[in-house]
Write a protein that binds this ligand. Structure first.
Ligand code: VGL
Ligand code: ZN
Length: 201
């Protein structure tokens, strides 16, 4: 079961109130249930010397990501609001590396890359450089949402040359259409991401 060690990073994706709390504006069903599982992975990773990095969805009030400006989503994770804060029971060690995406109105879902709202070009977040400098070779992805940021981050990890794992009991899906989360996991597995549960042996 030794998933972690030097060369392996754990990426904790968007465990924020708007997704995790039932009062959040984009609440993901069942999301609070994955937090203890994620916390256990964080502890295992740290004990094994793995880098543990966190991402946050971090939007301005007006962005083409939100419905009122032509996008698909209700307002969520607006910078410096309750909805954008980490879910309170998530373990976040002081000084842990944190990547915020969307800060300048960029769109997209991956923790590694964003889409510039004006040019449509791809903009890297600091995560790639952080992993490069830490000698990361493999990335384990947990958090929300399976069908958006988890999926996009795991695919980007593969395309950047890392091996990638998604832990099925440590992710939760928005499921805009029923089954989106399961389809995302199937797609990831087909692309070469290791899709497994934390209790698989
Ligand atoms: C996400 C929808 C909109 C995510 C972010 O974190 O998966 N999903 N913004
Ligand atoms: Zn968002």
């Amino acid at each position: 079961m030794m998933r972690y060690g030097r060369g392996v990073a754990l990426l904790v994706v968007d465990v924020q109130n708007d997704f995790m709390d039932p009062r959040g504006t984009l609440a993901v069903a069942g999301a609070p249930l994955i937090v203890p599982v994620i916390n256990r992975e964080i502890a295992l990773a740290r004990d094994a010397g793995s880098l543990v990095a966190y991402s946050q969805d971090w939007h301005p009030k007006r962005t083409p990501h939100f419905a009122r400006d032509g996008g698909p989503w209700p307002m969520h994770c607006v910078h410096d609001t309750w909805g954008a804060e980490f879910f309170p029971t998530l373990d976040v060690p002081v000084g842990a590396p944190l990547v915020r995406k969307g800060t300048n109105g960029e769109d997209g879902y991956s923790a590694f890359t964003m889409r510039d709202a004006d040019t449509g070009g791809s903009v890297p977040t600091p995560l790639g450089m952080l992993f490069y400098e830490a000698g990361v070779e493999a990335v384990v992805v947990v958090g929300v949402a399976t069908d958006y940021c988890v999926k996009a981050s795991a695919l980007d990890a593969l395309h950047l040359g890392y091996s990638a794992t998604v832990l099925t009991d440590a992710v939760a899906a928005v499921n805009v259409a029923p089954g989106d989360g399961d389809r995302a996991l199937e797609e990831l597995a087909a692309e070469g991401v290791v899709v497994t549960s934390t209790i698989a042996r």
